[in-house]
Design a protein around this ligand. Structure first.
Ligand SMILES: NC(=O)c1ccc[n+]([C@@H]2O[C@H](COP(=O)([O-])OP(=O)(O)OC[C@H]3O[C@@H](n4cnc5c(N)ncnc54)[C@H](OP(=O)(O)O)[C@@H]3O)[C@@H](O)[C@H]2O)c1
Length: 407
């Protein structure tokens, strides 16, 4: 005699929800074969269909694919309080109410799974929670937003920012309103979640410093190429100065870095630790069916008793001002003495230069440099002074550089 079906209450039936329902049906027999129970769709909730209380009463697991903060938060809390395992793909919710959700999961001894909330299909949540749970992690670098990675890939092939954005929208990689992606806020939410998992300390979306890609120039990518660098929107969470720094910025990478080759709408995460050196995982960053596959993996994990909610939080200081190498772009008058004046000011602020490209363009010249590691506040003071020279023609631009190469 076969066991009872495992009922999935589904909240949300949009891009991911409908793809999830389809995939669930396709994979149900195989899941039953190795798992002994057949997952079946119970009730479905949208704005015009279904009743939450009835869906909850009937469900063995509740899957939230609505997005937004409310009522998603309220429904997930109610489901966990009723003793149900829950699955969500909602990065905004987890990056703002993660501690409340984790605490509720611990109190009611239920599972809260959220693989699809970070880095699309790349199984980084499970790797951090399970495979690397005993590894002291030093740093995570991630390309966790496929839209911006696609735009930057187009720009490195010669497109301007508006052209690249338009192409991303045409191919369905960017929403009509792309603000959350291009401002770096979506990536910041994902880095807050990753930082919590890797370092055990609560990180709210508001704790993450982030910068987007809207201000980038095609020029920057061209000069950087001459210096052997490629540009990515990189999220970083790392131990610094006895605390934790979590940030998202456009960042240059040397070609030997494992993230340098990740192009188009793909995501990737590199985890670094003395005990593992580094591990990089990459895969599609979004897409209904791809995301649905991560969600279904979470449902199976809930069925088979996968990892529990993260342990109670550890206190760790959040550090804002950190050292980095920087790319510096200056638009200056083309005349003798300019480079010497700039390097003198930089030197006075302990900013040392690793490489320089100088190109005359008639009356003006472009001065592009990569610095060695320097505290960001120190570099900003130096740049302010450089910006005061009368020979500087437009505001200096800086972009962070990751110096390490893994060969
Ligand atoms: N799309 C992706 O590739 C992707 C990738 C990773 C993670 N995610 C995450 O997955 C989640 C779902 O994304 P999506 O792209 O599938 O969204 P979507 O296409 O906008 O679908 C949202 C669904 O939720 C329902 N819904 C919204 N508010 C509701 C409410 N107050 N009450 C009842 N139902 C409500 C909508 O119902 P109506 O149809 O009635 O409006 C719709 O069925 C989000 O958290 C998103 O961040 C998406």
């Amino acid at each position: 005699m076969s066991s009872e079906p495992f009922k999935v209450g589904l909240l949300g039936f949009g891009t991911v929800g409908s793809a999830f329902a389809e995939l669930l049906e396709e994979r149900a027999a195989e899941i039953e074969r190795f798992n002994g129970r057949r997952p079946v769709l119970g009730g479905v909730l949208t704005r015009s269909r279904g009743n939450f209380e009835e869906i909850l009463a009937d469900a063995d697991v509740v899957v939230e694919l609505m997005g937004g903060l409310e009522p998603a938060r309220e429904y997930l809390l109610a489901a966990m309080r009723a003793g149900k395992d829950v699955v969500s793909a909602n990065k905004q919710l987890l990056s703002q109410y993660g501690e409340e959700l984790f605490e509720t999961a611990r109190q009611h001894d239920v599972r809260l799974r959220f693989e699809a909330a970070v880095a699309g299909v790349v199984p980084v949540v499970r790797v951090l929670e399970e495979s690397l749970s005993a590894t002291p992690i030093e740093r995570i670098h991630g390309i966790v937003n496929g839209t911006t990675n696609f735009i930057l890939t187009e720009m490195s092939n010669g497109a301007s920012y508006p052209e690249a954005l338009k192409e991303a929208q045409r191919r369905g990689f960017a929403e009509a309103d792309p603000s959350d992606d291009v401002t770096g806020r979506d990536a910041a939410a994902k880095m807050a979640i990753l930082a919590r998992l890797a370092f055990g300390t609560p990180v709210h979306l508001n704790d993450v410093r982030y910068e987007g890609i809207e201000h980038l120039h095609r020029d920057d990518l061209e000069y950087a190429r001459e210096l052997g660098l490629g540009l990515k929107l990189i999220g970083t969470a790392e131990r610094r100065q006895g605390g934790l720094s979590v940030r998202v910025h456009p960042t240059f990478l040397y070609s030997g870095h494992p993230l340098a080759a990740v192009s188009g709408p793909f995501n990737a995460v590199t985890v670094e630790s003395e005990t593992i050196t580094e591990i990089t995982m990459s895969g599609p960053g979004a897409g209904g069916r791809q995301t649905a596959s991560a969600v279904l993996g979470d449902v199976v994990s809930a069925m088979t008793g996968g990892a529990r909610a993260p342990a109670p939080p550890l206190p760790l200081r959040l550090i804002e001002d950190v050292e980095n190498a920087f790319y510096l772009h200056l638009d200056v008058a083309d005349r003798p003495g300019v480079l010497a004046a700039v390097t003198q000011v930089l030197g006075e602020h302990d900013v040392s230069i690793k490489s320089v490209v100088q190109r005359g363009m008639g009356e003006r010249a472009r001065l592009v440099m990569v610095t060695h590691q320097v505290l960001e506040s120190r570099l900003r003071t130096a740049i302010e002074r450089v910006g005061e020279f009368e020979f500087v023609r437009s505001a200096p631009r800086i972009i962070r550089v990751i110096e390490e190469e893994f060969l």
